[in-house]
Design a protein around this ligand. Structure first.
Ligand code: ADP
Ligand code: MG
Length: 693
């Protein structure tokens, strides 16, 4: 159970005074629905009203604050004219301008002869100083009524900075004193203050530099978040590691047979990965290994060969993909090869139902089926294996810690291999997988033709479509990826639908449409038609991003490529990098084109190396975005930014490892406090593994 000390942070936002349902909905979109989310919403700027110059020295556009006397009120003659109030300091006069304001209020607020402190933006107009609608007018007897420094937050339409400031300070006031979960020495070394203090400081910048992510207070917050992440991974890993596994070591007959049936030789990177995996399988500890390989590097065959090791030992193996399309694809390539060597395989997805499902489950339970391929449907309750010894999870980043745990509980001391095609920089591997062992396939099979990448403005779309029409008539197939629209999925969808309809009218070749809102079975049907060539051009949202394999499709057009992240563009381009034919990728951009977007498109033009691209992406945008939920479902840090706090991640990693080593059950006093930290950052799934055992 979550420690009650955290309750004020987990209370819904509408428990704050002054948050009604409309405001609540806006806040929810801006940062989240609980009070902690509001507190994690850190400022992006300050307004500094500390100004100590006479009016005479004020510049056009400057934020000016100072004491003035009210000299005169000038009432407007027509409704269109503003109401004006003349004020002065010892150096100069200033005209305050008010539109649509009644004189009554103003003569009360600014009586002639009174002294006020005002603050607002100076405009110089015909050599006279003006200020339209001052931000503040306070009685000179109460200067404290005007905040000299105002914190500025990232906002959304409908929420003002004042509203947000008010709610955040209310939330800060309700903060409890947290038990200190950090090591004393680290606190000294990094000059950290307490968590509460740091949070308070982060929300009260005194100067521009205080907004920088590398201040001690922001670093402390980032560290706590990273430590929670590393600690939860360390706990899960420790659970798995402690369990003795079984030694799977076959003579390799099936493997030999398979290799004889392959039309190609394995690359040396594939051979190395296979050896590393087999080595783990042979040891009597449980394997938990990550296999990283760029799109097209040939992970499937590595998966299959290592599964044969388990099969030859008399056990079963399973491979889980994040979507039905991908499961289907794995099934197609694996089953063909397995048939040749007499190993029975089967496909299990959510759309396999009734009799055929029942039959399949029987064959699985009695051990007939040796390799099962499927989606997460593999791990529903009624699926029982005779003796599952090896699980491969493809494209893991779509799955969370929770699934990783539930799957390792299914098998009998299973070895687990996680495969990912997203090249992840080393630092990010750490946040996602902890110190999981990993193998890398860093070499593509020989003979692959490079993809020619062209970058062009959307204004040339009609020329491009004309050229595309010619290629489609020649028998080529193509993907057309529609832009990501920020606001909502619904808009993505309508953009894709519109493009589909207009292309259908313009082209004589047949055009298909696929998107994430379609039923799985409809998606499969469209994919099938694309594969067998009935559909020549496939218009889609980013659903084709991961793993889809249609060798004849060698052209990809990405519309508004400037809106995509680098990693995502790389994944998309991977779809056409599948054969020995030359292929081309056309990245179309719209305006305005930001500097970062321009650099991204350039990188795409210059390199196809996924690891180079991933490092570049990290540099350009920071880890939070590479791993943004939108793109991959990775951890999304709220307080840490890996492009800045990577060194803290290293420390957190060591801290977590040492802690779990010394206090595996988190029983010590610090351990107890760290439990609170895990709950604070919602990493408590890891704590539950203590009970699951
Ligand atoms: P990915 O790593 O993207 O999953 P796949 O395993 O789907 O890549 O392999 C992509 C294609 O390359 C497949 O058609 C596969 O048969 C082929 N392939 C795999 N290994 C080799 C190799 N060593 N030489 C030639 N082709 C290979
Ligand atoms: Mg694959």
């Amino acid at each position: 159970m979550r420690p009650s000390i955290l309750n004020p942070l987990f209370a819904p936002i509408n428990t704050l005074n002054g948050v009604g349902s409309r405001f609540e909905a806006l806040l929810k979109n801006l940062c989240g629905s609980k009070i902690a989310d509001l507190l994690w919403h850190l400022p992006s700027g300050i307004i500094d009203r500390r100004c100590n110059i006479p009016l005479r020295a004020a510049q056009n556009g400057q934020l000016w604050t100072g004491k003035v006397r009210v000299v005169e009120h000038i009432t407007p003659h027509t409704r269109k004219q503003p109401y004006r109030v003349v004020v002065e300091d010892n150096s100069e006069q200033l005209i305050l301008i008010f539109f649509k304001t009644f004189g009554d209020n103003l003569s009360k607020q600014l009586p002639i002869g009174s002294e006020k402190i005002i603050s607002g933006k100076i405009e110089i107009f015909n050599r006279s100083l003006q200020m339209a609608h001052p931000d503040y007018i306070v009685d000179s007897a109460f200067p404290e009524r005007m905040p000299l420094i105002e914190t500025v937050y990232p906002l959304t339409a409908g929420i003002t900075n004042k509203m947000l400031n008010k709610q955040i300070s209310q939330a800060l006031q309700n903060l409890p004193d947290f038990p200190e979960w950090l090591d004393e020495r680290l606190i000294k070394q990094e000059k950290f203050s307490s968590f509460k203090q740091s949070l308070w400081q982060a929300h009260h910048p005194q100067k521009f530099d205080d907004l920088s992510p590398d201040t001690p207070s922001r670093c402390r917050l980032a560290y706590d978040e990273l430590l929670a992440n590393q600690l939860s991974l360390a706990i899960v890993r420790q659970r798995l590691k402690k369990q003795k596994g079984r030694s799977l070591s076959a003579a390799g007959n099936l493997k030999q047979k398979l290799l004889q049936n392959l039309p190609f030789d394995l690359t040396s990177a594939q051979k190395r990965a296979i050896a590393e995996i087999e080595n783990d399988m042979q040891s009597d500890y449980r394997m938990l290994r990550l296999l990283q390989g760029d799109v097209g590097s040939g992970k499937t065959i590595v998966a299959l060969i290592t599964m044969l090791n388990a099969v030859e030992c008399g056990c079963q193996a399973a491979i889980m993909a994040p979507t039905e399309i991908l499961a289907q694809q794995h099934y197609e390539s694996i089953s063909v090869l397995c048939e040749k060597i007499g190993v029975k395989t089967a496909l299990l997805t959510g759309s396999i139902k009734g009799k055929s499902r029942k039959q399949l489950l029987e064959n699985l339970a009695d051990g007939n089926i040796r390799i099962l391929i499927g989606t997460h449907a593999l791990f529903t309750e009624d699926v029982t294996f005779k003796d599952l010894a090896y699980i491969i999870v493809d494209e893991q980043h779509r799955f969370g810690v929770k699934q990783r745990l539930s799957l390792s509980q299914k098998g009998n001391l299973c070895d687990v291999l996680v495969m990912t095609a997203t090249p992840i920089p080393r630092t990010l591997v750490l946040t996602q997988y902890g110190d999981m062992e990993y193998s890398k396939i860093d070499e593509l099979p020989a003979g692959r033709k490079p993809v020619t990448t062209t970058v062009m403005p959307l204004t040339k779309i009609h020329d491009m479509i004309a050229a595309l029409e010619r290629r489609l008539k020649d028998g080529t197939q193509a993907y057309w990826v529609c832009p990501l629209v920020e606001e909502s999925e619904k808009t993505d969808l309508s953009a894709a639908t519109e493009r589909f309809e207009s292309l259908q009218k313009m082209l004589t070749s047949s055009v298909g449409l696929i998107h994430g809102k379609m039923k799985e079975s409809d998606k499969n049907a469209v994919m099938e038609e694309f594969k067998n060539g009935k559909i020549r051009l496939l218009v889609s949202t980013t659903v084709i991003e991961v793993g889809v394999n249609v060798p004849a499709a060698t052209i990809m057009i990405v519309e508004h490529a400037e809106r995509f992240g680098l990693t995502q563009l790389h994944q998309l381009r991977g779809r056409i990098k599948r054969g020995n034919q030359a292929s081309s990728c056309i990245l179309m951009y719209g305006y305005p084109l930001s500097e970062i977007a321009r650099q991204r498109l350039n990188t795409m033009k210059q390199t196809e190396d996924g690891f180079v691209i991933a490092e570049e992406d990290l540099k350009l945008r920071g880890g939070g975005e590479i791993l943004g939920t939108r793109q991959s479902g990775f951890n999304n840090f709220r307080l840490a930014d890996l492009s800045i706090h990577a060194n803290l991640l290293q420390i957190a990693y060591k801290d977590a490892a040492m802690t779990i080593n010394n206090d595996p059950e988190l029983q010590s006093e610090r351990g107890q406090n760290l439990r609170t930290l895990l709950y604070l950052f919602e990493q408590d799934e890891a704590i539950r593994t203590y009970k699951a055992g």
